[in-house]
Design a protein around this ligand. Sequence first.
Ligand SMILES: Cc1ncc(COP(=O)(O)O)c(C=O)c1O
Length: 623
Amino acid sequence: MILKNEQKYRSWVEVDLDNFSGNLQEIRRLIGDGVDFMQTVKADAYGHGAIEISHAALRSGARMLGVANADEGIQLRVSGIEAPIVILGPSTLSEIPDIIKYHLTPSVSDAGFALALEEQLVRAFRTLSVHVEVDTGMGRGGTMHSEAVDLIQHIKTLPHITLEGLFSHFASSEMMTPYNDQQWQLFSGLLAELHRMGINIPIRHMDNSGAILNYPTLKLEMARPGIMTYGIYPSEETKGKAALAPVMSFKTTIVLIKEFPKGYGIGYNRTYITKDKTRVATIPVGYGDGYPFILSNQGEALIRGRRAPVIGRVSMDMCTLDVTHIPDCKVGDEVVLLGRQQDEYISANEIAAKAKTISYEVLCALGKRAPRIFLQKGKTDAMEPRLRRIFVPGEEKSIARIDNIIRHYLQTRTRNEELGDAIYYEMFETLFGKEDRQLELRSSFRYDITIAQLPEVAEHRRRADAYFQLRTHVEYKKTIRSDIFMIGCASDSLQLAALIEDEHCEYRWILGGDDLVIERDFTVEKMRIDGRDIPIIEAKKTERGYEVWCGSEKLYWYDPQPHPDQPELASTYPHHKHVPPDTPIPEVKRSGIKHHRLPAPGLRFDAPNLQLLIEEIEQQLQM
Ligand SMILES: Cc1ncc(COP(=O)(O)O)c(C=O)c1O
């Protein structure tokens, strides 16, 4: 039997990215020009796969992403997303270090959190944007609307916090009720008061899906849709107010078919007894996969375009369907638990109604241990590794785990284990050579080195015999995450390791020699970012070697971008490493680009050992 590619999985979730971007187009039509939207991707994008959905939303014009907690934000940052990520609810104090490290935008609901954030920002030499949440009647997150002005004024006094956004959340926008008007009045009253006080907060937002559909005239700078982007109407009364198409389907295959005589008990506790001779299909999906237990003897699935009822109890990993009326179905047939098959369709709302829950919960739960298969233009676009579903960003430092994820991803992406592995090994060898080195986030690395005799000034006579003068100019692109950062110079590998540990250390250098003195032996002459000169604040000797601190407050403010950095360094370098004392040193210049170690055409080194010296310096350059 020839299996479709997905059918090698026990069950799988299909995510239709064409329908998703069609829904976003519809949302843009409804909110109109001039209003931005934040894509809500909480709970793994309502179960659709946060990374792919976020990328697709950003491609379709989303300005920000909304997550539930720091871990969800980290997962997106680690996957390379640089757009603003707002945590849509109060964070715990223990999340603050990660919020700062990964440049997430927390919502602030109370002064205690704002103060704790400010204190940690001071220590990290960082600034951060926040959105203040206001409770206008949701009775959950947010500062009470009557206390909002005080909180906002307090936050305005905290120099490391930028008040970028202000938002509130409707309690029942899926229905048209006077309560929504009341909430809106409270929020717009607050906005008017802030305006009178001369406090302007640039991004204000309140509309979720229900509000976008039911109250199209309530407009602020941004809307925050969730459920409707996934093609689900938040209520019966919102149907017809937009043309949405469902994004998620949940599918499996028949693994076993048996025929039972009349009076046979099916499943745990024999809650279903066959009324007649019955053909039963077993499918490998149970409540462990998010299929609700409450659908025991209630749910339905689609096989060959027809509905097959769930009979007996849903167990953890299996359930059973009556297929007596589908005599031609067989093992391996596709079974649809959510979604379309031929002319039949099972919606999230249908499942939710039977399971006495809401569509949101159905989407979040279904396919908990299934891979996501992303469809674009009718074809499989990407297959999300199952590992991603259990990827815990806090474990990001576990190299073995990341290795596993990357390797599995390449294997799934190429749909061939051997090819995936080949790319994996090739990739790492190209990036790091054979050694096991830490991942560097720099790109477009260029350098110029000039080596010359150290001038023989009287007090330097002894040194001139023992050291060269070395001038280095390096350039690279990298996202700078702190406004204030440091260029470090270690004199041994222990110090170097300490500098590598410090995320403020943007660039490292190592100098040998026992009588080194800062400024004489190691000077940063200039530091430029994006062509702008960056102030050098101080140079000091510490336990880690020399530290040259650069930067200024608000060096970069909102959206982290890769910046070309250009440190220019002057240092001395000991002769004795490769060149015998008294060798005359010609001035040697050498330029290069990362990974290109061949001498530039026409460059010759007279002293043969100088080649070794240059190579050693070049190796150090990328620290
Ligand atoms: C603060 C906030 N904003 C926006 C949304 C998106 O809501 P919906 O999915 O109803 O559009 C949610 C969802 O729970 C939320 O909690």
